[in-house]
Write a protein that binds this ligand. Structure first.
Ligand code: EPU
Length: 431
């Protein structure tokens, strides 16, 4: 955590190509999966962001050796022996993904201890799906309100029906089931590309998994998993953020090195508001060619419109003609950014629960605002880029959790954005 802030002089159309980094939410479970084997797991295209550093710290604290090559964006993890089964409380509280280590700990070592995980304040974030699944696979679960103590000599495959298609839950159970005895069926599984990417990693490590990426996954447990060398999936949320920022500023941005079908919901919505969108095999380009129109947006689980882009896209809706309707259907408190966006002049009403109405187009004007969480911060940056005058965004450490070099990448597209504060002062001066 640091006291850095971004200062943005808005009003410059963003133009050019931007290289998309590896996906935070794909890399996090794969780092956890490295705990499942004694052999080396090498991840290329690793995003160098705070959450990834914390996850590496976590697996290191459990006994893994971690060699991070920052220049190559690559990490080698070797968990020959585990020396602890307790997820450090500080890391657990700061990052929900910390609970992703529980599945591997149970599968490999037979027990695990973890505090109730925390993370961005965007609503309730229980781990019931994971825990109920472990219990159905024979684990003994103790929860004293503070910490989970889970133990299982050998997990046994089971037929699981998930109450909710939780991303972390599905990933935890996939990892646990890979080394369990016998067959596990996961019904109502999360279908996010990051879940499919984890399954692909596990398959390459020797797991027997069918159906990942669909809501019905079958896992035949194996006795051992092996090392793997893979490339992390590109970040569809980072890509969507840049595309929206391009359109929002009246610019023309192309995101490079993406998996285009993963961006379908964003491409579809950008086209619906009236942006010009083109796509190639590994790139997507979006620009605004005229007036934009209001739409209805529902944030859902995949392949619905991603909740992680709901705030960013809502910002764009302030520039669309008419009244847009936004409905957040994944998290129960993910409209917190609205009051900050209003300080820039946005006309948004939260109309009850997780729905909002946005009137547009509105001329946004610079103001001082605060990033309350990762995606709220991204939305405010996008708004600041389009606003007239100076916008200052405080608490951008939230943004550093999930976007790699966001300010540097934006500057390369023409944005006037500077990082101010202690971390900025500590950055080496280029010679
Ligand atoms: N839920 C339950 N019961 C559970 C688990 C979840 O009801 O046992 C509910 C939650 O309350 C929430 C919804 O399900 O309302 C979604 O939770 P889920 O478990 O699917 O999300 P997650 O695994 O905590 C991941 C991403 C999030 C992303 C969501 C939805 C990671 C590390 N995080 O979270 O990413 O928003 O899936 O796609 O993969 C972000 O990157 O900013 C971020 C928050």
């Amino acid at each position: 955590m640091n006291d850095d802030r971004f200062v943005i002089e808005g009003g410059v159309p963003l133009r050019g190509d931007v290289q998309i980094s590896g996906a935070k939410n794909a890399a996090l479970p794969i780092i956890a999966a490295a705990l499942l084997t004694r052999e080396d797991v090498v991840i290329d295209n690793l995003p160098l962001i705070e959450d990834i550093r914390h996850m590496l710290e976590l697996v290191e604290s459990l006994g893994a050796e971690v060699e991070l090559d920052e220049l190559e964006h690559s990490v080698r993890i070797r968990a020959r022996r585990l020396r602890s089964y307790e997820i450090p409380a500080g890391l657990a509280r700061s990052m929900r993904a910390s609970f992703l280590a529980m599945g591997p700990l149970l599968a490999r070592a037979g027990h695990g201890v973890a505090s109730q995980p925390g993370g961005c304040a965007i609503g309730r974030r229980p781990v019931n799906v994971d825990v109920k699944g472990f219990a159905a696979m024979g684990a003994n679960v103790e929860h004293d309100g503070e910490a989970y103590r889970i133990q299982a000599d050998r997990l046994v495959g089971a037929r699981l029906y998930l109450d909710y298609p939780s991303v972390t839950g599905t990933e935890d159970l996939l990892m646990a089931a890979s080394l369990a005895k016998g067959r596990t069926i996961i019904k109502h599984a999360a279908t996010e590309p990051e879940v499919a990417a984890l399954a692909e990693c596990l398959i390459r490590m020797g797991a027997k998994i069918r159906g990942a990426g669909t809501s019905l996954i079958e896992v035949e447990g194996v006795g051992e998993l092996y090392g793997v060398h893979l490339r992390c999936l590109p970040d569809r949320i980072e890509a969507g953020t840049f595309l929206v920022a391009g359109v929002m500023t009246g610019g023309d941005v192309t995101v490079q090195d993406v998996v285009v079908p993963h961006l379908d919901p964003v491409i579809h919505k950008l086209a619906e508001v009236g942006a010009l969108v083109e796509e190639g095999e590994t790139w997507v380009r979006a620009c605004a060619t005229g007036r934009l129109q209001a739409v209805e947006l529902q944030a859902l689980h995949y392949p619905g419109f991603p909740t992680d882009l709901q705030s960013v896209f809502s910002t764009l809706l302030t520039q669309c003609d008419g009244t847009s309707l936004v409905h957040e259907r994944v998290f129960d408190d993910r409209l917190g950014y609205v009051k900050e966006l209003r300080k820039l002049g946005a006309r948004i009403r939260v109309t009850g629960g997780q729905t909002a109405e946005i009137d547009g187009p509105t001329k946004l004007r610079g103001a001082t605002v605060r990033a309350a969480d990762l995606r709220a911060g991204a939305a405010l940056i996008v708004a600041g880029l389009a606003a007239e005058g100076t916008t200052e965004i405080e608490d951008i450490y939230h943004v550093d959790r999930g976007y790699e070099q966001l300010d540097t990448k934006l500057r390369a597209l023409g944005a006037r954005i500077e990082r101010m504060g202690a971390a900025a002062r500590a950055e080496p001066v280029p010679v």
